[in-house]
Unconditional design. Structure first.
Length: 261
């Protein structure tokens, strides 16, 4: 999973997530945990009314639905690389919430951002950006004074088991790097690192899980039958536990406020 930097790679990411559309909600257990943590952190800010929200990487709308249940939203712009997710997002919302949805699909690194935003939120997405710093600069410009940016992105050591055995992994920035980028632009209200593990009965199910959440195939590693067989053998030998075969996720969660100096 090399760091995406070209339109072709972004197209590949979109195709992989589109293929996982029907299985994403069932398999995205960690992503749902991340969403729940984010909602809990936002509620602690004791602010429940937002006029204009931008959600980056809405995917199937799990977070969108939670936002609509826990907060009063005047308007929410939903963004994703995969425009086919729009109908899925809308279908899981109650009628009143559907009226507030505005599609904003496309590559967020190229897409014009709405102005005067009160909240920019994203979970399990920003690790795919080629230039996080530039996107943060654009978000600063789009946020209203006092506006909130809240995101959780996967970071170093995510899928460490896969990386160790294949030598292929996403070029995640460090938590310190992401924190510094945020501290230069926002007053930080929260920052932290969360670690999660899932367990599977065999290594093949690890691979199927990754594919079902849209990530499989993005990294460019070629899975031949012989490689899968060796991978399964090495995974058992190296990582097997009494609970099964582990798969690690690491999330950076940061919330900041735009403050005019």
């Amino acid at each position: 999973m090399t760091k995406p930097s070209t339109g072709l790679e972004k197209n590949k990411i979109a195709r992989c997530f589109l293929r996982g559309k029907s299985t994403y909600d069932e398999e995205a257990v960690v992503q749902q945990k991340v969403n729940e943590r984010m909602i809990a952190l936002l509620r602690r800010l004791d602010r429940f009314d937002y006029r204009n929200i931008l959600e980056i990487g809405c995917c199937t709308g799990m977070l969108t639905e939670m936002l609509s249940k826990h907060f009063s939203l005047a308007q929410i712009f939903v963004n994703d690389l995969v425009p086919e997710f729009y109908d899925t997002v809308v279908s899981r919302l109650v009628e009143d919430a559907r009226k507030r949805i505005q599609p904003c699909f496309g590559d967020i690194e190229q897409q014009p951002l709405p102005a005067d935003l009160d909240l920019v939120i994203s979970t399990s997405t920003l690790q795919w950006l080629a230039d996080l710093e530039t996107v943060l600069d654009r978000i600063v410009s789009s946020l209203a004074d006092g506006g909130i940016i809240a995101f959780s992105m996967f970071g170093q050591e995510t899928f460490s088991e896969i990386t160790e055995l294949t030598g292929s992994g996403l070029d995640y920035p460090s938590f310190e790097t992401v924190s510094t980028l945020m501290e230069k632009r926002f007053r930080l209200l929260h920052k932290g690192v969360e670690r999660d593990q899932l367990f599977f009965s065999d290594p093949e199910k690890v691979l199927r899980h990754i594919q079902a959440t849209g990530v499989g195939g993005v990294g460019g590693y070629t899975w031949t039958p012989r490689r899968i067989e060796k991978f399964a053998r090495d995974y058992r030998s190296r990582f097997a536990t009494s609970r099964g075969m582990p798969l690690s996720y690491v999330s950076y969660t940061i919330i900041g406020e735009k403050v005019t100096v």
